[in-house]
Write a new protein. Structure first.
Length: 323
């Protein structure tokens, strides 16, 4: 027979303690998201997959119902509500001022140590982007791109390097290289003439938030943010493997400079880009094309190149005259 005091003992019932552990783990991550901090390992790694925390939260809620632990049920419902709130897209989407002046197709791809160079060449020839941002393009990759794409994309700004350190911006439009953003891996920049307007271009590829590299990851994302703020009067396109999602505070601070995520502008936010090889359906969108307020975006597509654990992002942009 149950007594009036049993409610306080509910967490001792089978199923209540596992639910409490699930809720506690999710609460730490959601709490950091609410506090606008990436905290320390393992929070940054879990924040990348924040939408999927709905699964352990729902499992915990089922356990509380079976255990008739009503306080835990309220806890679980509150967590589901917070997760649903934070899954909503972040950032501005207001339309740019002025008439359109030019169309621009942008492709960004992490070719994983150059392994997907061949499929990237095929994709460029097929999709005909005006700008191509390539990460993890080693010296062999750079040579292949110069050999196979110089006829259509003769202009480039690059940081040469072996392994993951090399990166390059390829363009069918004339480029003026600008100093790269300092980082462990190459992050070249440039300006381009687009429809008679100077557009800033910046490739992004900070360190991933590995357990022992979180401070480096945060510092390099801050460097990208500083680059985004460097010339506020010019239209800008920042593209690459940011190793971050909208649930990371360091990435939101980049968006807070006035940039918009092109995939979100086309309704394709949260589409996973990594890990494309091992768990594509349960991945995270860490590859982005960010644009300033002078741009609109449509036809965002995510291309499986093969031979890389990232999906490439392809998007059509329209540049407006602005205010």
């Amino acid at each position: 027979m149950e007594t009036a005091g049993d409610g306080a003992e509910q967490p001792r019932r089978p199923g209540a303690w596992p639910a409490a552990l699930l809720f506690a783990a999710v609460s730490v991550v959601v709490g950091c998201r609410a506090a606008d901090t990436d905290a320390v390992t393992p929070v940054p790694q879990l924040l990348a997959f924040l939408p999927w925390l709905l699964l352990p939260t729902a499992a915990g809620l089922l356990l509380t119902l079976r255990a008739r632990w009503w306080t835990g049920a309220v806890w679980g419902v509150a967590l589901l509500g917070l997760l649903a709130w934070y899954i909503e897209p972040y950032g501005k989407t207001d339309d740019p001022a002025g008439p359109p002046v030019a169309r621009l197709r942008v492709l960004t791809a992490n070719v994983e140590y150059g392994r997907a160079t061949g499929p990237l060449v095929d994709a460029v020839r097929r999709e005909k982007p005006d700008l191509v941002f390539v990460q993890e393009c080693d010296r062999r990759c750079g040579a292949v791109l110069e050999r196979d794409l110089s006829a259509t994309h003769p202009h480039r700004s690059a940081v040469e390097g072996d392994g993951s350190k090399g990166s390059v911006i390829l363009s069918s439009l004339p480029l003026t290289p600008t100093p790269p953003v300092p980082g462990t891996m190459g992050m070249p920049g440039a300006t381009a003439d687009v429809g008679g307007r100077t557009v800033r271009l910046q490739l992004a590829h900070p360190m991933p938030p590995l357990p022992d590299q979180v401070p480096v990851w945060q510092r390099e994302l801050a460097g990208i943010r500083d680059a985004a703020k460097a010339a506020p009067g010019l239209p800008a396109v920042l593209a690459g493997d940011f190793n971050a999602t909208q649930d990371h505070a360091a990435f939101r601070r980049i968006l807070d400079t006035g940039l918009r995520d092109a995939a979100r502008l086309d309704g394709a936010d949260r589409t996973p880009t990594w890990p494309a090889r091992t768990a594509p359906a349960f991945g995270a969108q860490i590859d982005h094309v960010l644009v300033s307020e002078e741009f609109t975006a449509d036809r965002a597509r995510f291309l499986g190149l093969g031979d890389t654990d990232h999906r490439a992002v392809l998007v059509d942009l329209t540049l407006h005259t602005g205010r």
